[in-house]
Design a protein around this ligand. Structure first.
Ligand code: NDP
Length: 462
């Protein structure tokens, strides 16, 4: 639209926003994108990427410990937290520059500024004290860690954002929550030698996953030395005279730690952006309400990613961005597909999962077949390590369609990515059975579990 400065203005330079800006610019659209903090957003700057680097760092002690069985003598190893943080910083700065360059390379204009909506076609850039106009506006401002104002002493607590950049590695940490972030960080800190306690309000960690994986991960984490308190919450946190923290949890137990980290979910970033003034409809959870095409209640304003609180995952935000560009700029209305999303929890051992858990499948299908294998992966044999791997397929007894695939063990995330394809394609157990195994691998179990371990008919195990 010639009357506006831009065909598209994007607010938020994270995974979703940058992808939309880049794709639209590559179509020849005039695109501007504003980011108030750092391009790359949560995933690159203080989420998935640094997390995975820290997971790698935290795995070395186990590699060292188990090398002896393979004939290696490893001298006393030592770890330097500051080196890890500095190297991580260098890597994310490199990625941040690539994100920015990708938009600019496609012809988009980047702004380092907070942005506010003043009118359906007008954005105020606070950093530059400048106003720009756009035909279409995309909000992709992401989310932030949920605070816990009801917890006395919450001001002494940290969130995942701060955990990446602590000045010193704590000697002891308490982590509250039982979701992705709490579980991943509990394993990271434990691996780096920190005395770690996980405090979770429910009966078993990772409430949205298959129960078998949850139980086995819990047991394995405890065997390694991570303390897990279920049915518990922190009741208050107090600073001690020596600078450490006392955290009191349900039942009166006092944990003396150096850091308390809260990982109790994430809230959409919608504040102070002018959304209320424009009358943009919000959901009950404070997210931006969008239709199936990611359009808000105002026709030319769209929203994608965590700010819409549909599925808070980076690849989902990127997919929503691509669908938005198809819809808004290519005349091809495309609704994002949120069904059967493969996902991984980078715990140690890792979880990789796609599709329905056994419990979910039982609720929806009259007969469910469960194929389950639990075994010691080959790499654990000579090392003398007794950690087991779990693989599970959940199958509809009537159609033989594979409804869910769940893995706990080394490289489970990589396997989940590949399993996402047959499950998305709706393949059956017969298709799995017809597939030749790759030997010797752990993944071959997925195509060699010929007989169901058990069946569940009308909710009862047969
Ligand atoms: P999750 O939603 O995964 O977990 C939040 C946890 O906090 C749950 O265990 C929840 O309990 C608990 N909780 C919620 N409110 C309270 C409260 N008031 N007091 C005590 N406990 C509470 O959120 P995360 O913060 O772990 O992660 C946010 C999102 O980021 C995830 O949903 C995920 O989509 C994404 N993410 C993805 C990763 C990946 O792909 N590997 C890694 C990290 C994050 P309950 O179960 O009872 O509700």
């Amino acid at each position: 639209m010639a009357g506006y400065d831009y065909d598209l203005f994007v607010i938020g330079g994270g995974s979703g926003g940058v992808r939309a800006a880049r794709m639209a610019a590559a179509l020849g659209k005039r695109v501007g994108i504003a980011e108030e903090y750092r391009f790359g957003g949560t995933c690159v700057i203080r989420g998935c990427v640094p997390k995975k680097l820290y997971v790698y760092a935290s795995q070395f002690p186990e590699h060292f410990a188990y090398a002896a069985g393979y004939g290696w003598t490893v001298p006393q190893a030592s770890f330097d937290w500051q080196t890890l943080v500095a190297n991580k910083d260098r890597e994310i700065s490199r990625l941040e520059a690539i994100y920015r360059k990708n938009v600019q390379g496609a012809g988009g204009e980047t702004f380092q500024s907070r942005a506010m909506l003043v009118d359906p076609h007008v954005v105020h850039l606070l950093g530059d004290d400048r106003t720009v106009t756009a035909d279409q506006i995309l909000i992709a401002t992401g989310s932030r860690p949920a605070p816990h104002p009801a917890l006395p002493g919450h001001e002494h607590c940290i969130f995942s954002n701060e955990a990446f950049d602590l000045k010193e590695l704590p000697k002891a940490i308490m982590i509250e929550g039982g979701g992705y972030i709490a579980v991943e960080f509990a394993n990271i800190f434990h691996g780096l030698g920190v005395d770690t306690t996980l405090v979770y309000r429910g009966k078993e960690i990772l409430s949205r996953f298959d129960m078998d994986l949850r139980r086995m991960l819990h047991e394995t984490m405890e065997k390694k030395g991570i303390k897990i308190l279920c049915h518990a919450v922190s009741e208050w946190v107090r600073k001690r005279p020596d600078g450490r923290l006392d955290a009191v949890v349900t039942g009166g137990k006092v944990l003396t730690v150096d850091q308390v980290m809260l990982a109790i979910g994430r809230l959409p970033n919608t504040e102070d952006m002018g959304l209320e003034g424009l009358g943009i409809e919000m959901t009950r959870t404070g997210a931006i309400h969008v239709d199936q095409y990611s359009r808000t209640s105002i026709d030319n304003i769209w929203a994608i990613g965590d700010v819409t609180n549909r599925v808070q995952l980076t690849p989902v935000a990127i997919h929503e961005a691509m669908c938005f560009v198809e819809t808004a700029f290519k005349g091809n209305p495309t609704a994002p597909d949120h069904e059967t999303i493969a996902t991984a929890v980078f715990s140690q051992p890792e979880i990789g999962t796609v599709g329905l858990s056994e419990d979910e499948a039982i609720k929806r299908f009259a007969e469910v077949e469960v194929y389950r294998a639990s075994f010691r992966p080959m790499r654990n044999t000579l090392s003398g390590r007794d950690e087991k791997m779990l693989m599970k397929l959940v199958v509809d007894g009537a159609s033989k369609k594979v409804l869910g695939a769940h893995i706990l063990g080394p490289d489970a995330g990589e396997m989940a990515q590949l399993l996402g394809i047959p499950l998305k394609a709706g393949l059956t157990k017969d298709d799995f059975d017809r597939t030749m195994a790759v030997h010797p691998t752990a993944a071959e179990e997925l195509v060699t579990m010929y007989k169901p371990t058990y069946r569940v008919r009308d909710g009862e195990r047969a």
